[in-house]
Design a protein around this ligand. Structure first.
Ligand code: SIN
Ligand code: CO
Length: 377
């Protein structure tokens, strides 16, 4: 992706300019970000997705007494009638299930893949919305079908209405108001208050980002480092030839504490250990993701390869990460794999000079369903 190239998606700005001026800083309304956009996923298909086990969906309704939230899967017959007003169905991770949704998400890969989360689709009947709230992550709200009236504000008072199943701001102070039509898009930085109300039947696509907490990342990386330590043989055994007889046997010896602390320090001091564990954690597929092995054998050097839409692939200077696994890579093979991660595909031409090791890795990933035959465009 060319970071300097002006694009209608960002209102005639380049990704570089958008990141400098708006990302994390101020909202951006883009009229016709995707000119003539037509929702690629019809209502019925969305309802079918919401009926599936392993697809995260929620039904939010505003009733006289307040808000209600139910979790899917939802049998399409169990949803309120599309003629009833004031309800919203949210379907998370649609990019995992639908190629057009994945392609749409790919348009936002001017932000590192490690930060991209998913494409959520909301369907609402007239008057529907999820209430005034703020999110802790950046979001692009792309209007896909019908109209939605957004009110947004910087909001200082973050007090929430108590006892609600959804986060609702008690004292929402909107500053601006826009009605979005299909193809229009609104970018909001984290913690900007917003309230979107459907004007007639409406579908909105949210391109959401991962905003991990430091402790959460620490936990995930430490768990992986701990797992890897479990396999290590030949680590020194504690010895205490100078231990004296004690009268307080309950007390932990300071030498044993120092020995354990040294173990922790040494484990974390291994070069690249945190980066490697992080790369594996970042590419770990979500719990509801599984891959379909291929039906036929193919010569990948003839067909080229694409990453399966569910595959997460990233890299750093020393490693390639794919779906929770890490591989050391350097030289030509590393360059090729970086290209695969960046472009989510390699042409037959790009694979022509690949090493045997690289091809065999790709074949393994093909057998796992992580990569597939390149689609002909
Ligand atoms: C919606 O699309 O209804 C809600 C999206 C959001 O507020 O983040
Ligand atoms: Co929101």
């Amino acid at each position: 992706m060319d970071a300097q190239k002006i694009t209608p998606l960002l209102g005639g700005m380049s990704p570089a300019e958008f990141m400098r001026k708006h990302w994390h800083k101020k909202p951006l309304l883009v009229r016709q970000a995707i000119p003539g956009f037509e929702a690629p996923i019809p209502r019925e298909e969305l309802f079918e997705l919401a009926a599936e086990e392993g697809v995260e969906s929620r039904l939010i309704q505003q009733k006289k007494k307040g808000w209600s939230m139910d979790h899917g899967p939802f049998d399409p017959d169990s949803l309120p009638s599309t003629k009833t007003r004031d309800w919203t169905l949210l379907v998370q991770g649609v990019d995992l299930h639908n190629a057009s949704a994945r392609a749409l998400l790919d348009q936002f890969r001017f932000v590192p893949e490690a930060r991209l989360d998913d494409l959520m689709i909301s369907y609402a009947t007239n008057g529907g919305g999820v209430g005034p709230h703020f999110d802790s992550y950046d979001v692009f709200l792309l209007q896909a079908h019908g109209k939605r009236r957004w009110r947004i504000g910087r909001q200082r008072d973050m007090t929430l209405v108590e006892g609600m199943p959804v986060k609702i701001l008690a004292n929402f102070e909107p500053e601006e108001e826009y009605v979005l039509e299909p193809g229009d898009m609104l970018y909001l930085p984290p913690r900007w208050a917003h309230d979107g109300i459907a004007e007639g039947e409406c579908m909105t696509y949210s391109i959401g980002f991962r905003s991990p907490q430091r402790d959460e990342l620490a936990r995930e990386t430490l768990l992986r480092i701990a797992d890897a330590l479990g396999d290590s043989d030949g680590s020194p055994i504690y010895r205490d030839p100078k231990q004296e007889a004690v009268e307080a046997p309950g007390q932990v010896p300071a030498e044993l504490q120092a020995f354990a602390r040294e173990g922790v320090m040494r484990a974390l001091a291994q070069s690249g250990i945190v980066e490697r564990a992080l790369g594996e954690a970042l590419t770990e597929p979500k719990g509801n993701v599984w891959f379909d092995p291929p039906q036929e054998e193919l010569d990948l050097q003839v067909t080229g390869v694409d990453l399966d839409r569910r595959t997460r692939m990233m890299y750093d200077d020393a490693h390639i990460y794919i779906n929770g696994e890490s591989y050391r890579a350097s030289g030509r093979d590393a360059k090729l794999m970086h290209k695969l991660a960046d472009q989510r595909g390699l042409t037959a031409k790009q694979l022509a000079g690949a090493s045997e090791a690289a091809i065999s890795l790709l074949e393994n990933w093909f057998d796992d369903g992580w990569v597939r035959e390149a689609s002909v465009i």
